[in-house]
Write a new protein. Structure first.
Lengths: 372, 372
């Protein structure tokens, strides 16, 4: 099916301020989205609290609001502009959270605004740890083993089952308060003891540690006819335990045989279908035990993520642009491949080069830090 | 490390370094674009008499293992890579790629500009090639030797790769069907795909007669992949015509698809540079869905891609078409139980999007059994 002509205007939510761990990636994706929508003759309404962005340049939207990305402000914009649809999967977590809040307030229903790109249920399934764990199990994948404990005695028994080190996560605490990694029983007593005290339900989750495992990411795209492609694989040279943003990463994955890569591909296809991301991109992360090959599904982002920007640059496959086209009704085989100009976008980029991303740590901003 | 040369039929010479075995080798120059699966590619009998150029720049990262071979030996005539890995990094590996290539006497070349070579072949088409490694020959001598080597057009290679005696691959679990496979260069993944579906596969040599095949009372006949020019295969085509007359269900893959097409009365032709990779989009015309598939073919079938066609065996239609160049990728008969695809649903290497075709064949056999 080509362009959905019932969509005449779209509200795009940008990513707001630049924060640690997020630079201009979402300005890049949001700008591409605005450009695609306007080229299709759709009225673009943009909200972004950050004027130091390309997307807020006047030529990218028909109406630009430099306002806080809070449900209250965005609701007022919706009330005034009455867009047909809301696109929130290209503005990072900030935009996605705003869209979810607008759904919960009933704003989207009240003003009859369709959420395009990913629906509310899919976002919840992708972002909620427990729901996602259930999905992974349903599709035949594995999550890290975990055991819920209510006492120190429970914790000691559980840790022996899981083997040290174990990750301790207290339930319902803010900002990871009381969580940590215990390498032996003494540390477990300290961390879990504090965790049990901090948790309002006196509950901690012990999880097997996957520190040191190989870490992979797959960038996946799906259209509303259920065509799915893997845009890119990324392998972290620094293993699990080092944040992806701080890791040296390479694309494509370098140390998987085809048998192993196809397992990740099969799991990714089943996950994006089961989560129900009907159109657009998502990013799925895996850990693999380097000695046994055991695969753990870590998490997914049901939206264009920071890794999408790297995957776009690495492959030439414009993820944000194509995610936008998919959101307004096109299918992958109806979109032209920007690299070849003659073949469709329903293909999986194959590279004859290797892309390496090396993080840059701005030690000059921290004169007292010791970079050695 | 001594110098090595990759010399093309048209006189173009690429300089590199010797790798694996030294000496000289000849074949058809083809490029394969898979970023994973070199071990499967090397051991795929369809690559017999072909010098494979890998577009992925880093080859050998995962070494070799005992499980991923597609046959008992390496079949490529020669192997050209940009940058072989000096270390092996994979938990299943039990040896380095170079050691394996040396053990099997495969003459290889490394360090040449594989991108320039691939572009040259895309522009000029597949052609004869030689690799000269550690030899003291003039450029003229090398080109003359390449031009004296046999060409792929008209090559009858089934006898080289086919089993000499019949053998049986048992079903996993309960046996539901007996299928006779005509081995024109079958890959290990195919019997595996059948076995998983309760099919006992009797693999016959390429020159098995209709009577020998029918003596086992097969529920279906499988025509395998394999190397060579389909237009040279008149004997097997005649056998397939007898099978069509007997109305036993037929499933063909790759070379087997071309043989079925020829039995129906269509011609085959040589593609400019062939399809060899694991990212090829194919559309199923009956459902409109796109599959990402594994390809390895230098020839293709000439058949009408719109509407239905008529043959002496009744009406049929082209079911699958390449989205990249419109080449016929699958067909089926409408009144007889026969279908085939040009690509590789058994994958290895490659995605599993098309494995449903094995289920379709099992269903076809089940429906025929009920009707009988």
């Amino acid at each position: 099916m080509p362009l959905d002509t019932s969509i005449k205007s779209v509200l795009v939510i940008g990513s707001g301020p630049i924060v640690i761990g997020q630079a201009c990636e979402f300005d890049y994706s949001g700008t591409q989205a605005c450009r695609v929508l306007r080229a299709e003759g759709i009225r673009v309404i943009l909200v972004n609290s950050n004027p130091a962005t390309i997307m807020t340049d006047p030529e990218f939207a028909d109406a630009t609001y430099i306002e806080p990305i809070t449900p209250e402000f965005v609701e007022r914009i919706i009330e005034r502009e009455r867009p047909d649809a809301l696109l929130a999967t290209l503005g990072g977590q900030t935009a996605l959270n705003a869209a979810m809040a607008l759904h919960e307030r009933g704003t989207l229903q009240r003003f009859n605004v369709r959420l395009i790109g990913a629906d509310v249920a899919a976002i919840q399934r992708g972002e909620n740890r427990e729901l996602f764990r259930e999905i992974v199990e349903r599709i035949g994948g594995e999550s890290a083993l975990s055991i819920i404990c209510h006492s120190l005695e429970d914790c000691v028994i559980a840790a022996e089952l899981l083997n040290y080190p174990v990750v301790v996560r207290p339930s319902f605490t803010m900002g990871g308060l009381g969580s940590g990694i215990a390498f032996d029983e003494l540390e477990l007593m300290q961390i879990a003891g504090a965790g049990l005290r901090h948790s309002p339900t006196a509950e901690v989750l012990l999880e097997e540690s996957i520190i040191g495992w190989k870490e992979f990411e797959l960038e996946v795209m799906r259209d509303h006819r259920d065509n799915v492609v893997i845009v890119c694989t990324i392998e972290n040279v620094d293993p699990m335990g080092v944040h992806t943003g701080d890791s040296i990463t390479v694309a494509p994955a370098m140390t998987l045989t085809d048998v192993e890569y196809q397992k990740l591909r099969d799991l990714s296809l089943r996950i994006i279908r089961e989560v129900g991301v009907d159109t657009g991109g998502c990013n799925i992360q895996f850990a693999i035990n380097p000695d046994t090959g055991r695969i753990i599904v870590i998490e997914m982002n049901p939206r264009v993520s920071r890794s999408s920007a790297l995957a776009s640059k690495a492959t030439g496959f414009p993820i944000a642009k194509i995610a936008t086209k998919l959101a307004i009704g096109y299918t992958l085989n109806e979109i032209q491949n920007d690299i070849t100009k003659v073949t469709p976008a329903s293909f999986e980029p194959t590279l004859d080069y290797v892309v390496v991303k090396v993080p840059r740590f701005a030690f000059e901003k921290f004169p007292d830090a010791d970079p050695g | 490390m001594s110098k090595a040369f990759l010399v093309l039929d048209d006189g173009r010479i690429f300089e590199g370094k010797s790798w694996a075995a030294t000496g000289k080798t000849f074949g058809e120059a083809v490029f394969a674009t898979g970023m994973t699966g070199y071990q499967e590619t090397l051991t795929d009998p369809s690559y017999h008499r072909q010098v494979v150029i890998m577009t992925a720049p880093h080859i050998g990262n995962t070494g070799v293992n005992l499980e991923d071979n597609e046959s008992a030996q390496i079949w490529v005539a020669g192997f050209a890579v940009r940058n072989p890995s000096t270390i092996t990094s994979n938990w299943r590996s039990n040896g380095s790629l170079e050691d394996q290539l040396i053990a099997q006497g495969i003459v290889c070349i490394q360090g040449l500009d594989t991108r320039a070579l691939t572009r040259h072949l895309r522009d000029r088409g597949a052609m004869r090639v030689g690799i000269f490694s550690g030899l003291d020959l003039t450029r003229e001598e090398m080109v003359i030797q390449v031009r004296k080597s046999p060409s792929m057009a008209g090559a009858y290679l089934a006898a080289d790769v086919s089993t000499k005696t019949p053998y049986i691959v048992p079903a996993i679990g309960v046996k539901r069907f007996t299928v006779a496979a005509i081995d024109l260069g079958i890959k290990a993944a195919t019997p595996r795909s059948f076995a998983e579906r309760g099919v006992e596969l009797h693999v016959f040599p390429f020159n098995a007669t209709f009577e020998e095949i029918m003596a086992i009372h097969p529920d279906g006949i499988f025509l395998s992949n394999g190397p060579g020019d389909p237009s040279a295969m008149n004997d097997v085509v005649d056998t397939v015509r007898k099978i069509l007359d007997a109305e036993v269900p037929i499933f063909g893959i790759c070379f087997g698809h071309q043989i079925l097409g020829r039995a129906l009365g269509f011609n085959t032709y040589k593609l400019q540079f062939g399809h060899r990779g694991i990212n090829q989009p194919v559309i199923d015309r009956t459902t409109g869905k796109v599959e990402i598939t594994s390809h390895n073919h230098g020839f293709a079938l000439q058949a009408p891609t719109e509407g239905t066609f008529t043959t002496v065996y009744g009406p049929g239609e082209v079911t699958h078409v390449s989205l990249n160049d419109g080449v016929v990728e699958g067909l089926r008969m409408l009144d007889r139980p026969a279908f085939s695809v040009q690509y590789h649903p058994e994958a290895a290497a490659g995605p599993h999007d098309a494995v449903y075709l094995f289920d379709r064949f099992v269903e076809l056999m089940a429906s025929q059994k009920v009707g009988a």
